[in-house]
Unconditional design. Structure first.
Length: 590
């Protein structure tokens, strides 16, 4: 202690007060309460009768010098915003886009296929708009012009519900698909023979009918507008926001397939700075800048440590029950935030329009001591170059480790309702057969729902034929068969490469038929691509992948309801085996 005192004496009192703050050994003093009665009510209140005591404690802790102790009272924010106003779906022409429609619906929607149930629904609603006089006059003509027959419906083999629906409506219903097609191309009145007297009333009826159909089903404007890429098994589209200098900030989402679109599905294309529109007279909304002042609000959450002295926390969250392993970095970060830094965070409200990219040009915070601090991004500064970790930054395409500092708020859904799958295809690898199978586990039914593809598939010759009576120990087997809902994909070399491959859709013959025919898939996923149909090898890993089609329904913030058919992709259930084999010698006794 003497030696330490001699060392302290060599410093001037000003240095000790300013830098070391040990001019008096106050750190060794303790304030201990001394109860004078058996009643602890006054002691538990922790009452302080001298306000100067708080000031001395603040001086002791260095709060007067604002050493990590000043509370934020004012925040000034300067932002620069770009607005997304155009979109290109795959290779389709660029068109204007607004937030009147959710971005998921804009990207995923596809033409609603006319099942038998939809044909009947459309025709019945059209008839319900007629007056009794109109119905008695024109209904016989509708039945003759747009008959519902077995010829204009698919094969309903092994689909009992579809057969029953067809048999019960074939003689007294009309084909809504043919009816709607003639209404849209304007040939309805001439084909049916609408009289000039009834034409005006029929035009109003047709307008109401088309409005109902467009309101019920959200579909693309034309059949060529397709976003699904069958080769990548995902959606692909591009959006852009105009800048003040005439260029565009182009965002790409080349492989969106999870059904929930958000900012992390987009990459900035630095090589492309323009996305042209066909509308020549369109005036875009250019970059906007705004300076805003806020009062920061302390962040609160359930179970956080209380700021007040002698105030107990509630038991909403039990931090002692955290079972974190050494690899649970995210859980450990949340625990550290809640236990250590929970009282140090402030929230600043800031409103953004959807389809907006926002960049912060300046952010200054003023505390209770009058000091102003410039707040920079978490990954800014030379000391952060080695890690470059931050949240909500858009990656720059083909530039690893390079990010865009603008936050993107797309007009996407918070939640939506999803039906049971209308169609499901399970792509699996069959290593023994050296190929890939697209198994139609669920196929669309004529009643408008999905049914088991295995139950609806023909299984002729799937089981081995019984062997004739013979004393032979072995017999020769030309080959075996698989159910018709197993569609083969064979490996094929990529052009110009001797090692890389992709999978090409093939077909199996229909055994037992006198004519040469092949097995066709019954769903849309495996039949919409014209031959030759290829799938990239990396899209079907050894775990497999599952593609599903289902109805989506949501209510948007403008109050409108949208229904569309979308697709989503999931990880498969592992490898499989079809037991497909050819040219074998098998044990006859087995």
């Amino acid at each position: 202690m003497i030696q330490l005192t001699d060392q302290i004496k060599q410093f001037s009192p000003d240095v000790l007060v300013k830098d070391y703050r040990i001019s008096s050994i106050t750190a060794y003093n303790r304030l201990e309460p001394r109860p004078r009665t058996e009643n602890f009510n006054e002691s538990l209140k922790a009452a302080v009768h001298d306000g100067l005591w708080f000031l001395t404690r603040q001086w002791q802790m260095g709060e007067f010098e604002s050493e990590d102790a000043g509370s934020a009272i004012d925040a000034r924010l300067i932002t620069k915003q770009l607005h997304i106003d155009r979109m290109a779906l795959q290779q389709n022409p660029t068109k204007l886009y607004s937030d009147e429609l959710p971005m998921e619906a804009q990207v995923e929607r596809e033409q609603v296929p006319f099942s038998l149930a939809l044909k009947i629904q459309v025709s019945q609603y059209f008839i319900s708009l007629h007056t009794p006089t109109q119905k008695s006059t024109y209904y016989p003509k509708y039945v003759t012009t747009y008959p519902l027959t077995e010829d204009n419906n698919p094969d309903f083999t092994n689909q009992e519900s579809s057969k029953q629906l067809l048999n019960s409506t074939i003689k007294r219903s009309i084909n809504g698909e043919l009816l709607l097609a003639d209404i849209l191309d304007g040939s309805f009145s001439s084909k049916v023979g609408i009289s000039n007297v009834d034409q005006a009333a029929m035009d109003i009826l047709i307008s109401n009918f088309k409005g109902w159909y467009q309101r019920i089903y959200t579909q693309p404007e034309n059949n060529m507008e397709k976003t699904w890429d069958g080769q990548k098994l995902s959606y692909g589209f591009t959006t852009a926001a105009p800048r003040a200098d005439g260029t565009h900030l182009v965002l790409e989402s080349p492989e969106y397939h999870n059904g929930n679109l958000d900012w992390y599905n987009f990459d900035v294309n630095l090589e492309q700075n323009e996305l042209k529109l066909e509308q020549a007279d369109y005036e875009p909304s250019l970059t906007t800048e705004s300076a805003i002042s806020f009062i920061p609000t302390a962040t609160t959450f359930k179970g956080m440590p209380n700021q007040r002295f002698w105030e107990m926390e509630d038991r909403t969250i039990n931090f002692g029950d955290i079972n974190a392993k050494t690899t649970d970095q995210l859980l450990l970060l949340f625990a550290e935030f809640g236990l250590v830094y929970g009282n140090d965070w402030f929230a600043i409200p800031y409103r953004m329009k959807t389809n907006t990219l926002c960049e912060i040009d300046g952010f200054v915070v003023k505390d209770v001591f009058g000091d102003r601090t410039l707040i920079q991004a978490a990954d800014a500064g030379l000391d952060q170059q080695w890690q470059r970790w931050s949240m909500f930054n858009l990656s720059n395409k083909d530039h690893i480790g390079s990010y865009n500092n603008q936050f993107f708020l797309p007009s996407t859904l918070a939640n939506s309702l999803q039906s049971a799958p209308l169609e499901k295809v399970n792509f699996i690898r069959d290593e023994m057969a050296n190929m890939v199978w697209g198994i139609e586990e669920i196929i669309p039914d004529g009643t408008g729902i999905g049914i088991s593809g295995h139950d609806a598939a023909k299984k002729d010759n799937v089981l081995p034929e019984p062997l004739p009576q013979s004393d032979a120990l072995i017999h020769y087997k030309l080959g075996n068969f698989v159910p018709e809902n197993w569609i083969p994909f064979l490996p094929a070399q990529l052009p110009g490469s001797h090692q890389d491959i992709h999978f090409q859709r093939a077909s199996l013959p229909k055994f037992g038929l006198p004519q040469i025919d092949t097995v066709k898939a019954k769903g849309i996923i495996l039949t919409e691509q014209i031959a030759p149909y290829f799938i990239n090898e990396e899209e079907i890993p050894y775990s497999g992948t599952i593609i599903s089609r289902a109805w989506q329904r949501t209510r948007w913030y403008n109050g409108k309801t949208y229904n569309w058919i979308g697709r989503y992709r999931q990880t498969g259930r592992g490898e499989g085996s079809s037991k497909l084999a050819f040219d074998q010698i098998v044990n006859a006794k087995a």
